[in-house]
Design a protein around this ligand. Structure first.
Ligand SMILES: [Zn+2]
Length: 171
C-alpha cells in the first residue's frame, strides 16, 4: 500500500516559525491617533513550504539563520517610514547633518500592516524560501494573514506601476 510514487516525491509540508521585532511607524494619511509616531511589538508568523525530506531541525536552523539577523538589522528598534511622508526629508536631513545613524526602514508606500506583509514576503522569498503565508500581528487583537496569492497579485500590480513611467517617457 502507500501513495503512488508521484505523490510521494511531491509531498510538501508547512513549517510555521514565529519572529518578533519592535518598531516605530505612523500613517500620515490618517487623521486619527495612528498619525502620531508610535510603536508596536510586531509578531510575524512565517509559513514555509518545504519538501518532506531532510531533517527538520536543520530546516529550522536555516530559517532562523537568515531571518533573525535580517529582522534585527533592518526592523528591530527602527522606524518604518514611507519615503513619501512629509516628515521623511526632515529626518533624513537630521541624520545627514548630525551623523546620528537612526535606523530607518524605508517603504515607498504607507507602512500599513498589509504593506509590511508584502515587503517581508518579498525579502524572505529573496532568501530562497518558498513562503505559503505570512501573518503579521500589530496589536494583541489584530492579525492579518497574507497569502502567496495576495503576494502574486500585489507583485504584478507593483511591476505594472514600476513600468508606467517608462511607457510614458517612450511616447
Ligand atoms: Zn501603528
Amino acid at each position: 500500500m502507500g501513495l503512488p510514487q508521484r505523490f510521494e516525491s511531491e509531498r510538501v509540508m508547512i513549517i510555521k516559525k514565529e519572529y518578533k521585532f519592535y518598531a516605530a511607524h505612523r500613517n500620515a494619511q490618517l487623521s486619527d491617533k495612528c498619525r502620531n509616531l508610535h510603536g508596536h511589538r510586531y509578531g510575524i508568523v512565517v509559513h514555509f513550504e518545504v519538501e518532506r525530506d531532510g531533517a527538520l531541525s536543520t530546516l529550522f536552523g536555516d530559517f532562523d539563520a537568515k531571518i533573525e539577523p535580517h529582522l534585527k538589522e533592518h526592523y528591530d528598534h527602527g522606524l518604518m517610514i514611507d519615503v513619501n511622508d512629509p516628515l521623511f526629508p526632515y529626518l533624513q536631513r537630521y541624520v545627514e547633518e548630525t551623523g546620528d545613524a537612526l535606523r530607518f526602514n524605508k517603504f515607498d508606500v504607507p507602512t500599513t500592516v498589509e504593506n509590511l506583509a508584502y515587503k517581508l514576503f518579498c525579502e524572505f522569498t529573496e532568501f530562497g524560501f518558498r513562503i505559503e503565508r505570512v501573518e503579521v500581528r500589530e496589536t494583541d487583537t489584530s492579525v492579518i494573514s497574507y497569502t502567496r496569492e495576495d503576494w502574486i497579485a500585489d507583485s504584478r500590480r507593483a511591476a505594472t506601476l514600476a513600468e508606467a513611467p517608462t511607457r510614458i517617457e517612450s511616447l
